[in-house]
Each structure stands twice: as C-alpha cells, then as structure tokens.
Design a protein around this ligand. Structure first.
Ligand SMILES: CC(C)(COP(=O)(O)OP(=O)(O)OC[C@H]1O[C@@H](n2cnc3c(N)ncnc32)[C@H](O)[C@@H]1OP(=O)(O)O)[C@@H](O)C(=O)NCCC(=O)NCCS
Length: 182
C-alpha cells in the first residue's frame, strides 16, 4: 500500500468508497449517493486551490481509501483551520490504512501552514474517534442531536489537533471599523 495524490481516474473508486459510507454508515450525513463525475469534480476543485486529496492504493494502483481537507467555516478568520475527512474501503479497515492516510495528510497540513485541524465525528463512530485520538486529536465539543439519519438523532463530536505553536497572525481588522451597530 502506498499513498499518493488522487488523479481523475481514481474518481470511480473514491465514489464507491464514499457511497458505501453514505448508504451504510453515519460517517457522512448525506442520504443520497453521488456519481463518479461529482467526486471527480470535487477532487479537481480542491486540488485546483492547493488542497490535498490523497488516496491509498494497493499493488494494482487501485484506491482503497482516501483523505482530504478543506475550509472549516467560510469566514476569513477561520482561514488557518481546516476540517478533514478520511475513508477506507470496508474490506480494508483495521489494517493501518486510515492512520497512514492521516499521517500524510497531517504532514501536508503542517507544510501548508495549517494551524488547527478539526474532525467532526458521529458520537457512535468509535473506530474513527479511536483513530483520531491515537493521532493526538482531543475532544473539544459535543453537540447533541444536531443530525439525523436512519431514523435517529445523531450527536456530533468535534476533535481537534493544533499543528503548530505559531503566534496569531496580525492584520485582518479593517482600519476603520464598520458602523453596523452605531
Ligand atoms: C475510521 C477509519 C477511517 C479508520 O481507518 P482504518 O484503516 O480502519 O484504521 P487503522 O487500521 O489505520 O487504525 C488506526 C488506529 O485506530 C484504531 N482503530 C481503528 N478502528 C478502530 C475500532 N473500530 N475500534 C478501536 N480502535 C480502532 C486502531 O487500533 C489504530 O490504532 P494504532 O494505530 O495505535 O494501532 C475507517 O474505519 C473507515 O473508513 N470507517 C468508515 C468511514 C468513517 O467512519 N470515516 C471517518 C469519518 S469521521
């Protein structure tokens, strides 16, 4: 098994892994499977802006897992924080692939100067919580019943890993503050 950047031809395998999680798990809180073109466009959009989309591949160069990160929230002040996802094909779990993907993803994030990585995980997903805790992520928040799937409420657990001890960046505040509340 090795890890490399995703290519357009990986989209079918990525879609199959993603759709299996959509249909069978609470790892992703979407109800409908996507087509290959959607995953290809998703990966291309991310990579075009310098965001990593990694795949773990087997000896035949078939993707058996993938991991990526993107913006956590769409506001300027969150630009140093990302949220990631990691998925391993059902028949390949428990063999170290998730950890290997995360280790490369974390290295990429550090190289890119990301300050904080956030994982939002369904509270009953003990495998994913265990993986993240092994990597040094710590629980920082728990939101009861913010999701619903398979006829039940889902609790969301946030775990985070602070990647560096960089001082807070300056700037970003307008020199003449808006007067919205005046
Ligand atoms: C969560 C997931 C990515 C983990 O990947 P994986 O390849 O199965 O995990 P690994 O074999 O690399 O295990 C990594 C560590 O987590 C631990 N771990 C993984 N699954 C576990 C489980 N079900 N219970 C307890 N510990 C577990 C392992 O013991 C291992 O610890 P170690 O490295 O110290 O030995 C994978 O199970 C998966 O794709 N699940 C479905 C989708 C999903 O939940 N994605 C995450 C959404 S937030």
């Amino acid at each position: 098994m090795r890890i490399r950047d995703a290519r357009p031809e990986d989209a079918a395998a990525i879609a199959a892994i993603y759709n299996d999680a959509v249909v069978h798990t609470t790892a992703v809180w979407n109800d409908d499977p996507v087509d290959v073109a959607e995953r290809e466009a998703w990966a291309a959009d991310r990579q075009a802006t310098g965001l990593p989309v990694l795949v773990a591949v087997d000896d035949l160069d078939q993707a058996i897992g993938y991991a990526s990160y993107g913006p956590w929230r769409p506001h300027d002040g969150y630009r140093h924080t990302v949220e990631h996802s990691v998925y391993v094909r059902g028949d390949q779990r428990g063999g170290g692939i998730g950890r290997a993907l995360m280790e490369v993803l974390l290295a990429r994030a550090r190289k890119a100067g990301v300050h904080v990585m956030v994982a939002g995980i369904e509270a009953a997903n003990t495998g994913s919580i265990a993986l993240h805790e092994r990597l040094g992520f710590a629980e920082v928040g728990r939101l009861p019943q913010v999701g619903a799937k398979f006829g039940r409420w889902l609790d969301l657990v946030f775990l985070q890993l602070t990647l560096d001890d960089a001082p807070a960046p300056g700037g970003g505040i307008p020199s003449s503050p808006r007067q919205e509340n005046a």
